[in-house]
Design a protein around this ligand. Structure first.
Ligand code: ZN
Length: 410
């Protein structure tokens, strides 16, 4: 932490991206943890006692929002998912997660939606509190807790069936869902995450798990408390059930069809493609991008994403970070451009778009008067090349400056 958050700052960059549109020559006035004024400097009066921060060559953007993260996981090419879940203690995993949280914030991500602790119970709830209490640096978090899976569907698998093994999520079925959904809410889940399908087919192919009525029950119970439900779903049938049941986002959608996306659009459900996870896993399995032919899974994913764009479904920016390195979140945004979106569309998706999808857009995702002071300065113009987001010089969250490398020569 570099500043206390009590000062009044006038930020003077080259440009300001307000979450929707780029503005040349704008300045931003901050007091405490709020944005007080935005616009041309000539329109601002009463600037006495204000600390000016010149940001030559920089663009200000709203703090980025990560749509799909697992703060308690780290790349599977370092330690397999099975070993992270089965062999590592929660204490060890939490120690690593504090570093992940810091790296996320330093990369310009001031908000993160965490999609499940993957066997670490409610450690995500505790990490969120430690960040909010100012004990460790990290992004604002929306957390799922353990997430819910149908009995028998999830891993780790392949052990003597006589023994109960630790699992990556909480099992529940039928009427048990009343209790488990309410229990997860009571223990701190901001939303409920369900696995509507998983690789539990006879040949380990992706097949639906919960029935439509089970998913409807989960949505009924969660929404009674004002919490949304989000679904891991790759197969068209699981997507159909989850969307019909009333979930708000579909995660992965690897085999989603045009019909899937049109249904999602009709029901106002957003698509979180997790392109970076698919590409990372393919590379862990040996794929050399740019040299080897594209693996089947990547071909499918590209097809799904292109149909999503054609359908007009709203796209959430979320990479499934944890599968790849925390702090490298921008990889997802680069792939969204590579797979067919414009730089501007991707930048909107990772700021105002995600804020809207996660119900945060009254305070976050925009540089706007009255909004929370979550602001990032990047060197260059990210609407002319999204990779500019890798050059984060300055990070403010809730009016506090966590990173300041403005003077640094590259
Ligand atoms: Zn995930």
């Amino acid at each position: 932490m570099i500043s206390s958050g009590q000062d009044k700052y006038l930020l003077i960059p080259d440009k300001v991206f307000d979450g929707e549109v780029m503005h040349n020559g704008w300045v931003v006035l901050i007091e405490g943890n709020r944005i007080i004024k935005v616009g041309q400097r000539s329109t601002l009066s009463d600037l006495e006692g204000v600390t000016e921060i010149k940001m030559e060559g920089h663009t200000l953007i709203p703090g980025l929002i990560e749509g799909h993260a697992h703060i308690l996981l780290y790349p599977y090419n370092q330690t397999t998912w099975n070993d992270q879940v089965l062999k590592e203690s929660d204490a060890y995993r939490v120690a690593k997660a504090t570093i992940h949280a810091k790296n996320t914030l330093m990369a310009g991500y001031t908000t993160l939606r965490d999609l499940g602790s993957e066997g670490a119970e409610y450690a995500d709830v505790g990490i969120k509190k430690a960040i909010n209490d100012g004990i460790i640096p990290g992004p604002r978090m929306l957390v799922a807790g353990p997430a819910i899976v149908a009995t028998g569907s999830y891993g780790p698998k392949g052990f003597d069936p006589a023994h109960a093994m630790p699992l990556g999520a909480q099992e529940a079925d039928g009427s048990e869902l009343f209790k488990v959904v309410r229990e997860q809410i009571g223990k701190g889940a901001d939303f409920v995450k369900v696995y509507a399908d998983y690789r539990w087919g006879i040949k380990e192919e992706t097949m639906p798990t919960f029935t439509l009525s089970e998913l409807q029950l989960i949505v009924d119970i969660a929404t009674s408390s004002g919490r949304p439900v989000v679904a891991h779903a790759s197969s068209p049938e699981a997507i159909r059930r989850a969307v019909e049941a009333g979930v708000e986002t579909i995660e992965h959608g690897n085999y989603a069809t045009m019909e899937s996306f049109l249904l999602m659009k009709k029901k106002n459900v957003s698509y979180c493609p997790t392109l970076a996870a698919s590409e990372s896993i393919a590379q862990y399995k040996g794929w050399k991008k740019g040299e080897d032919p594209m693996p089947e899974g990547i071909i499918e994913k590209k097809k799904a994403f292109s149909n999503a764009l054609k359908s007009g479904v709203s796209i959430c920016a979320g990479g499934d970070v944890g599968v790849f390195e925390h702090g490298n979140n921008v990889l997802e945004l680069e792939l969204m451009v590579e797979y067919g979106m414009t730089d501007l569309e991707v930048l909107k998706s990772a700021t105002s778009g995600n804020a809207r999808i996660f119900h945060l857009n009254t305070e976050l995702g925009h540089i706007k008067e009255g909004f929370l002071a979550d602001i990032v300065a990047v060197k260059g113009d990210p609407t002319k090349g999204i990779s500019v987001l890798r050059h984060v010089s300055w990070v403010m969250k809730d009016g506090i400056v966590y990173k300041n490398e403005l003077g640094r020569k590259e």
